[in-house]
Design a protein around this ligand. Sequence first.
Ligand code: SAH
Length: 294
Amino acid sequence: MMNLSSTMNAYGCRYCVSPLKQLLHTTNHHLRFRPCSPSLFSSSFNNLKLPNFNLLLTSNSFFFTMEHLWDRSGMNTNKKMVEHLQQYGVISSEKVARVMETIDRALFVPDKTPAYADCPQEIGYNATISAPHMHATCLQLLEEKLQPGMHALDVGSGTGYLTACFAMMVGPQGRAIGVEHIPELVASSINNIEKSAAAPLLKKGSLSMHVGDGREGWPECAPYDAIHVGAAAPEMPQALLDQLKPGGRMVIPVGNIFQDLKVVDKNPDGSISIRSESSVRYVPLTSRDAQLQS
Ligand code: SAH
């Protein structure tokens, strides 16, 4: 299982310690890397000079390296990606494995990027699709609240990948809502989903994608059993807490440079319990202008 005390990086890459270390060595000596287990890769930041990190880990040269590494390791199908995540202990849930097998990640990443590498990919507009291990982690944290018939909200839905997974898990009697503030990403997420196994749910309306400021949630369909936030909030957004059902759970990265993936449970009496799952690095949950100018 994952080392919970370690830094888990949404931009990190678990199986590529050597090339990544090599890249970092030559480009940014402000980052310190340490393996947290023989198979897991984690990072910790020893000062604040971080901006190169996203660029470094999402740059073409990095993906060129990754593409070759993954080609050589035979990581060239969605099924193999899921098997690797299971093998390395990232996925322990059968249900999460099945849904990630069913929703082919290649339909959601831009052309010519290595769809199945455990790395994020740029999707334009200063946004990324999260790495498969982060998707798997969030699906597992929310699994209990993604039972058939339940309601789920995906804030910062980007490519629509995770919203599609949520929709498959809650099924046609449930509701999965994606909210994203870049209209072009919402349009392309709908195209992606239309090609995927979740297309019938989109057609039926149990899965829907919306343009909006996710900091306000999506009150029309609240309350939710599960809320996932795919971008880091500087502080816990009250509107999202309010839209969580008693007994519901939200998974949200909180922080600026240093971020924690928080698991927020709303107890049956309405009180809130919060724990930190791990340190992470996500793009900010912010205004559209701030994101486009960053
Ligand atoms: N989980 C998605 C995208 C992650 S990137 C995926 O894996 O595909 C984070 C996303 O949050 C970006 O698409 C970004 O545009 C979006 N975002 C950032 N701030 C937002 C806000 N205030 N409202 C809605 N979406 C936001």
